[in-house]
Design a protein around this ligand. Structure first.
Ligand SMILES: Cc1ncc(COP(=O)(O)O)c(C=O)c1O
Length: 310
């Protein structure tokens, strides 16, 4: 009902998918450059939340940095709140290398959004369904967004499905279609696909039955210990973690950013362990029900790889 609010605010270093809306609010330079001709207009970005000098080797949430959310006030001053529809962030920035939100940061973002009637969207494609030891990161951090996007874990990642969860007031606004038509007119070829829906229901039932989110929470400390146990290994400049998400940042090889990360990934792959690298950050997201010796195996392989790296 507020047609002037057309602007979206994303955040530097964010990843919201390779679609053109996601690339537009996303904040990864190489992706934006590759598609620069087709990005949405009227988008701006908050500054990212990473400051190594203040938070290197922090376990869980950094205590420094809540004030970084005030960057939204700067954008409100610049564009005027009446032009801003929504702010979208990953509660924990995943693809860019596991950036955990500083204590109080998301709360502050929520307060500023409320103050200016801006919607807050959490992209929980990675963080939902147990990845941070709770059903949603929103729950873990105690901040309720207005809109929440999910995918991957909704079907345990085995069948493609995504979903958007909204507050009751937004739901009701969307359900105001004409009586003779479906309420929310958007039909994709695969919308509500029965196989995906069945996989989603089965995954949710398994999570409940096996208490997967509790398992993930119980494993968190072991994971953290194992991850931070690599602190003294060659090339490591930072280690970050929350729930069962972890990142090990390596110094870039001179003139060849990303190459060291990729070589570490390849070495682990040849040892039979799949990690992933985002540039020079190695990223970990083990199964929620991993056994402790499986975690050991992962980090033994990474240790070997790091010692072999140039
Ligand atoms: C936070 C986040 N949002 C969205 C996506 C992907 O969206 P899609 O592949 O559906 O465009 C990803 C993929 O990893 C992601 O990490």
């Amino acid at each position: 009902g507020e047609g002037g609010r057309t602007r979206l605010i994303g955040r530097e270093r964010a990843y919201h998918g390779g679609n053109f809306g996601g690339l537009s609010v996303g904040g990864i330079g190489a992706n934006r450059k590759a598609f620069s001709a087709s990005l949405l207009p009227g988008i701006d970005h908050l500054r990212h939340t990473y400051e190594r000098s203040e938070m290197a080797y922090c376990r869980g949430q950094p205590s420094w940095g809540a004030h970084l959310a005030d960057d939204l006030e700067r954008l409100v001053q610049l564009h005027d709140a009446s032009s801003i529809a929504a702010v979208i962030v990953e509660p924990v920035a995943g693809s860019t290398g596991i950036l955990v939100p500083p204590v109080g940061y998301l709360q502050r973002l929520r307060e500023i959004c409320d103050c200016h009637s801006i919607l807050l969207i959490f992209d929980e494609v990675i963080t939902a369904f147990g990845r941070v030891g709770t059903a949603f990161a929103a729950e873990r951090f105690g901040v309720l967004p207005d809109i929440l996007t999910v995918a991957k874990g909704i079907t345990n990642g085995v069948i493609p499905m995504g979903a958007v969860l909204v507050r009751e007031s937004i739901y009701q606004a969307l359900m105001q279609g004409p009586e003779e038509a479906i309420e929310f007119f958007h039909g994709y070829t695969y919308s509500g696909h029965p196989v995906a829906a069945a996989a989603g229901l089965a995954a949710l039932a398994s999570y409940e039955e096996e208490e997967s989110f509790r398992q993930a929470k119980a494993l968190e400390l072991r994971f953290e210990e194992a991850l931070h146990g690599l602190r003294e290994e060659p090339h490591v400049v930072d280690i970050r973690n929350i729930g069962l998400m972890g990142g090990i940042e390596l110094a870039s090889r001179e003139g060849a950013p990303g190459v060291r990360g990729f070589e570490a990934f390849q070495d682990c792959f040849e040892q039979g362990v799949v990690i992933r690298n985002g540039g020079d950050t190695l990223q970990f997201a083990p199964f929620l029900n991993s056994a402790e010796d499986e975690l050991e195996r992962i980090f033994d392989c990474v240790r070997k790889a790091l010692r072999r790296l140039r």
